[in-house]
Write a protein that binds this ligand. Sequence first.
Ligand SMILES: [Zn+2]
Length: 262
Amino acid sequence: MEYSYYIDTHSHLYREYYPNDLENVIQRSIDAHVEKIILAGVDAVTPKLIAEAVELFPENIYGLIGLHPSDVKDNYQDVLDELEKHIEDKNIVGIGEIGLDYYHDRNFEKEQQITFKKQLDWARDLGKPLSLHIRSAYNEAVPIMNQYEIGSLKGVLHCFSGGTQEAEWAKKRGFMIGIGGIITFKNNKLQELLPSIGLKNIVLETDAPYLAPTPHRGTTNESAYIPLIAQKVAEIFNTPVKEVMKQTTENAIKIFPDLIQE
Ligand SMILES: [Zn+2]
């Protein structure tokens, strides 16, 4: 299959971030050939926000259900119980974003690990793909994930911040590397790492409204900027941007097969 559109595999196009123009933001994305957009979940409220966006553009908007590590508090079990009810909601194609984040806060270190494991169990038991958020916590997250049989989990390392070792580990486990706006920033080490990761092992993402690519850095990000990320990736691999579109879309569908509606 020769795909002629892009997929934004990780964004947060919720009404609360785009109160006046969510429709326009999504339409601009479609006009820019970013025809499928996956909205990552972060807490108990996001299933509702995702459902709202899905209702607006049911052929273009998909979602994930998950409790973000930085949103893990004492009430994590209540949140998980609520989220579990939404796993089979319309256009939900996986679990995320989940993981460990010790960058800002280690107060709920233990709770983050419990929450992470429970959601990994969901993914394994239901055969659902993952969007993983791991920040300043590879040393803790890798051993947890290694407890699962190879092949029993699949997904994307969203906003990849690891090095060579982590990238090799991800490839061995069958995970894709999520490449976003950071790749367009000056002096980022991901640019040097990318050739050894390979085009067959990456997917594109914006993480909108955060991390807008150059030349929009510092402003509100949106999925319509995916082509800017693709352009940079094409330069790094010295390949036509069309090839980046085709391959990254194929990769995304391999991880998230439910993006293709019957
Ligand atoms: Zn995110």
